[in-house]
Design a protein around this ligand. Structure first.
Ligand code: 1HN
Length: 302
């Protein structure tokens, strides 16, 4: 043991992920090109994986999360399937795109957060005439680390549509309009956090707590002129820019971002955000897992 102890039990996190940013305009062009090369029926899902550049061959964005950008072209539907892995979708472009979860459809609008809980049958479709694109986040490495992966196709071509359009009460779509309003209200009434600006955590509307057992999600408002303090936490986070532009210094490197860009902050890596105009950031992480296990830590690093 004495030969390996330092590597078995590091004194602080040694993430294999490194800070990285994907520009939406580059990714979008590649995704539309993929749209000409393969159908969702051939691919099951037409996704460009956002693989962490220091984790090549793993398909992962961090040690605990998978992420990718998915395209559903006009007129397309995807096969119906289910898996033990849980998924979140943060919608980037969509006029009429939908996700159906266990037979209930919800229309996806830009900025919406749509949940696909573990082992629910789900499929997507685009009855509109412009491309539908969203960011997928899945707990794939957690499920695989635990040896608990199951997956199957829906027996039959389509799952029956129980409700063609879920109402506003649908429990698996957090609409951007409502979240954005809440951010504004908090900004008017509340104090500004020195690191996060105004940061909200999405909650499970039925049970309280996190939206799903393995994935936590957040939406934060950075008011015009905001220059955040340095912060780090043990949960590596994947960010997607919902509105505006700005820059984040991640582990000492500055990453300038624009609307819809995706960037990753590894575990225990200091991050600070700054903006000129107002901006809104979406993010997700494995925080519920870390909290449940009593492992989560954070600090403001001055
Ligand atoms: C999946 O089922 C979807 O249902 C997207 O849209 C991405 C990545 C890995 C494994 C399953 C989807 C996925 C995925």
């Amino acid at each position: 043991m004495w030969e390996v102890l330092g590597d078995l039990i590091p004194e602080q996190p040694r993430p294999t992920a490194r800070p990285a940013l994907w520009r939406y305009q580059e990714m979008r062009a590649l995704l539309l090109e993929a749209g000409k090369l393969i159908t969702p029926q051939e691919a099951e899902r037409r996704v460009l994986i956002l693989e962490n550049p220091s984790m090549q061959g793993t398909s992962l964005i961090t040690q605990s999360m998978y992420s990718g950008l998915q395209l559903v072209d006009p007129g397309e539907t995807t096969p119906t399937h289910r898996h033990a892995t849980s998924a979140i979708r943060f919608v980037i472009e969509s006029e009429k795109g939908y996700t159906a979860v266990d037979g209930i459809r919800t229309t996806m609008h830009p900025g919406d957060l749509v949940l696909t809980p573990s082992w629910t049958y789900h499929d997507h479709g685009n009855p509109g005439d412009s491309p539908v694109i969203w960011l997928d986040g899945l707990d794939v490495p957690i499920v695989n680390m635990l040896g608990t992966s199951f997956a199957e196709s829906y027996p039959g071509e389509f799952q029956p549509v129980k409700r063609p359009e879920a109402g506003a009460e649908v429990l698996f779509n957090f609409s951007y309009a409502r979240s954005r309003e809440a951010l504004d209200r908090l900004y008017r009434n509340g104090p500004l956090d020195e690191c996060h600006g105004i940061k909200m955590q999405y909650a499970n509307p039925a049970a309280g707590g996190y939206p799903m057992p393995t994935i936590g999600a957040f939406l934060q408002l950075l008011p015009a002129g905001f220059q955040g303090a340095r912060y780090r936490s043990t949960d590596a986070a994947v960010y997607c820019v919902a509105e505006g532009s700005g820059a984040s210094t991640i582990g000492g490197t500055e990453f300038a971002w624009q609307k819809n860009d995706v960037f990753v902050v590894p575990s225990w890596c200091p991050v600070s955000h700054k903006v000129n105009g107002e901006a809104v950031l979406f993010s997700f992480s494995d925080r519920p897992v870390q909290k449940a296990l009593g492992l989560w830590r954070e600090e403001v690093s001055r």
